[in-house]
Design a protein around this ligand. Structure first.
Ligand code: UD1
Length: 381
């Protein structure tokens, strides 16, 4: 009999991640797995949501809760209510969630209260910083899950430290959960779409970008966007990079776009507006961000996803955070934790500008994480 899995997505990176498993189910496991997709509507702008479904050929969601933005409590509570109603109606064999957003938390909480096994993809990652909403979401989700799929060895080690039994035997339940190291579904996607991105991406032409000459930057973490001091410090450093002959391209998250006018120191805002080599553009599609990653010199970001995608395409990365969940990249020297410290950002950026010789080992699997996950879901008890 086919197993029915309800998948919860909501924020941009989850829509992107879901494409790997959705594709694996359609191409290889359609006779064994049925996927019901629930979009919470956490992200709703065309370029934060819809664009990815078309481009990455993801099945249209069966449900869209259209929750939108709100405080953490309101947003999560509305999702919880909506997801519970769907779970009652669909009565699935399992619920699948990705990563660490409020959509992840709501899905895991609703299902576990109903005795529906939770499958967590991207389990075990930790920043050990509970000031991040994502850290709270991922810790709670992991501890409610039955199948935990960690992309990395360090993720598995974190779970073992928290009491998970790496040798757990079937039958698996929320009280006897199973931890797997399976590689990264984002690596699956980046490899799968790499060639297509070269053909289809329009962003380089649209913005007159010359391959190998520009720096790709993204900023969206509330710890950076919501602190005028930190946001100003980061932009001061970016301006220096932009004034030293390297164009900086910033596809800007709507959160950050809104904060620029209110949070940047006025003189810095004025300089940002008048510096042609600091190009602020709208959020871009997956093909376009992939093309930017493939063709940039290096990346400056506070995004977890972009840190890793830089690594997939052999690009060094300056991380605008104090800590990271992707510790192997930092330990291997491919990324530098610069926080919002202009000196550290500039030091790393100018070093990477010179060109660096470094190894990019295969920390994130073989590009078949999604198939591994599907097989384990099918085998679940
Ligand atoms: C969320 C996730 C974060 C993830 C990020 C990816 C949580 C707690 N955070 O952060 O882990 O890295 O998604 O992008 O779940 N907005 C729009 N249009 C949209 C979406 C958001 O304008 O389509 C604006 C709204 O002003 C909103 C703000 O962005 O209030 C923040 O959106 P929200 O979903 O709450 O968090 P993100 O910062 O996107």
């Amino acid at each position: 009999m086919k197993k029915k899995v309800v998948t919860i997505i909501g924020a941009r990176p989850q829509i992107i991640k879901s494409s790997a498993i959705n594709r694996a189910i359609r191409e290889k496991f359609a006779d064994q797995l049925e996927e019901i997709i629930v979009h919470t509507g956490q992200h709703y702008d065309e370029n934060m949501s819809n664009v990815f479904f078309g481009e990455m050929n993801i099945a249209a969601p069966n449900y869209n809760l259209a929750i939108g933005s709100g405080s953490h409590g309101v947003q999560t509570a509305d999702m919880l209510k909506g997801i519970e109603e769907i779970l009652i109606k669909e009565n699935p064999d399992a619920l699948l969630v990705y990563g660490d957003t409020n959509s992840t938390l709501a899905g895991a909480t609703a299902a576990s209260k109903m005795g529906i096994p939770v499958i967590h993809v991207e389990a075990g990652l930790r920043s050990y910083n509970k000031a991040m909403p994502e850290e709270i979401n991922r810790v709670v989700c992991d501890h409610l899950s039955t199948l935990l799929f960690s992309p990395t060895d360090s993720g598995v080690e974190n779970l073992v430290k928290e009491g998970f039994d790496a040798e757990a035997k079937m039958p698996f339940t929320a009280d006897n959960p199973k931890v797997f190291k399976c590689g990264d579904v984002m690596y699956d996607n980046s490899m799968y779409f790499a060639e297509l991105a070269k053909e289809k991406a329009t962003v380089l032409k649209e913005h007159n970008l010359v391959p190998g000459t520009f720096v790709l930057c993204t900023i969206h973490r509330p710890s950076n966007t919501d602190s005028p001091e930190r946001l100003t410090a980061i932009f001061e450093a970016l301006l220096e990079v932009a004034h030293h002959g390297k164009e900086v391209v910033l596809p800007l998250h709507p959160r950050t776009r809104k904060m620029l006018a209110t949070s940047l120191r006025p003189d810095v805002l004025e300089e940002v507006e008048n510096t042609d080599t600091l190009k602020i553009i709208d959020p871009v599609s997956f093909f376009n961000i992939t093309a930017l990653e493939q063709n940039c010199l290096f990346v400056i970001t506070d995004s977890g996803g972009l840190q890793k995608e830089a690594f997939f395409f052999n690009k060094p990365c300056v991380v605008l955070r104090k800590e990271t969940e992707w510790v192997e990249i930092v330990e291997n020297g491919n990324a530098v934790l610069a926080d919002a410290d202009p000196k550290k950002i500039k030091e790393a950026a100018f070093r990477f500008m010179e060109g660096v010789d470094m190894e990019f080992p295969s920390f994130y699997g073989d590009g078949h994480a999604a198939e591994f996950i599907c097989k384990e879901i099918i085998a679940l008890n």
